[in-house]
Write a protein that binds this ligand. Structure first.
Ligand code: UT7
Length: 323
């Protein structure tokens, strides 16, 4: 049985850190409000001329180095982003060229904050069906470019960054103890479009637009849908919440993360939280959190990880990974 096994991970954050205090000088907000409602203390913002592809390339180089592989070994790039460099071509092709990769396929996946889980699922399916053998799955975003800096309800919540993992198809017995992606579950509900979207696009307004969100509504859906999809993916692979070593959730709001951890009966020290440092980096948030906990030694080989996220669409999903 073929399974997609994680070979390594990497991440990259822009140099510039913007604290809540700094934001409060420009926007009618406060460090206290932001921390209490979201857990965010700071975010990283890309420099002028620093694009999503630049962040993605750096994260990919680090992931390849961690995996002990070269770009020439890779034959698939799946880049999850809602903030591509250009309308087309796929930002993934820029990453492909920059890494010096001359074969295989590279394309973007657009599922906003659920993008990384969607990307993992797509790459996993392609590896298991033999369409590719070694994949880079990247989440990279420059959400600072689509924020309305006059809307305090949204502009304080997001940041820029990128994270990546390398997956390789490996033959194995296919038990829950074997390493690799054990299962995925994906969902979307287009009826919820209006509670989180960008009010622009090439086909509609011919502008890039700004992010619009009804935070309270998204919050309610997040709590319900996360619990359901987590239960679904566990049931698919015949495991229970007690089997999970690490919850590595999308980092939108500490209160949502805590709620999911509590529902799973996981102690807080088994939940990876980086929203305080990175804010919400959309598709990049899960691989950024993953890289943090792998590199600081919390996550080790053989651990069972639950990745989950929800965002615009609404789109949501979860993946179970034996690290
Ligand atoms: O990654 C995609 C998925 N996204 C999410 O999961 C986000 C989910 N939603 C949330 O995280 C929360 O709903 C927010 C953090 C966005 C907002 O928290 P909330 O507790 O739902 O607050 P609210 O939007 O109901 O606003 C409460 C009050 C309002 O004032 P009034 O009407 O009570 O007087 C807002 O105007 O807080 C006010 N407010 C602010 N005050 C200071 C909104 N934004 C700010 C701000 N600073 N930045």
């Amino acid at each position: 049985m073929i399974r997609s096994v994680v070979q390594g991970c990497g991440a990259y954050l822009p140099d510039r850190v913007v604290t809540n205090e700094e934001l409060a000088k420009k926007v009618d907000t406060s460090d206290e409000w932001i921390r209490q409602r979201t857990g965010i203390r700071q975010r990283y913002i890309a420099a002028e001329g620093e694009f999503t592809s630049h962040l993605a390339i750096k994260a990919s180089e680090r992931a390849l180095e961690h995996a002990g592989l070269k770009a020439a070994d890779v034959d698939l790039i799946v880049l999850a982003t809602a903030t591509p460099d250009e309308t087309f071509p796929a930002t993934a092709t820029r990453v492909q060229a920059s890494l010096g990769m001359t074969r295989g396929a590279a394309f973007d996946v657009q599922a906003v904050c659920a993008g990384f889980v969607y990307g993992v699922s797509v790459a996993d399916s392609m590896l298991r069906t033999g369409l590719a053998s070694t994949a880079l799955v990247i989440g990279a975003e420059t959400f600072s470019r689509i924020l309305d800096w006059n809307d305090r309800g949204t502009c304080v919540l997001f940041g820029d960054g990128a994270g990546a993992i390398v997956l390789r198809a490996e033959e194995g017995k296919g038990t829950a103890e074997d390493r690799g992606i054990l299962g995925n579950a994906l969902h979307s509900d287009g009826r919820q479009h209006d509670i989180l979207y960008v009010d622009g696009g090439p086909s509609s307004t011919r502008t890039t637009g700004f992010l619009r969100m009804e935070g309270k509504e998204v919050f309610k859906h997040a709590v319900v849908n996360m619990a359901a999809v987590v239960g679904e993916v566990l049931e698919k692979v015949g495991l229970t919440p007690a089997d999970i070593d690490w919850l590595v959730p999308h980092q939108a709001n500490k209160r949502i993360i805590d709620g999911t951890g509590r529902k799973l009966g996981l102690p807080p020290e088994r939940v990876v939280v980086t929203v305080d440092q990175h804010a919400n980096t959309s598709a990049a948030s899960i691989p950024l959190a993953l890289d943090t906990a792998v590199k600081d030694g919390r996550i080790s080989r053989g651990d069972l990880l639950l990745l989950e996220g929800i965002g615009g669409g609404l789109a949501w999903g979860a993946s179970l990974v034996r690290w």
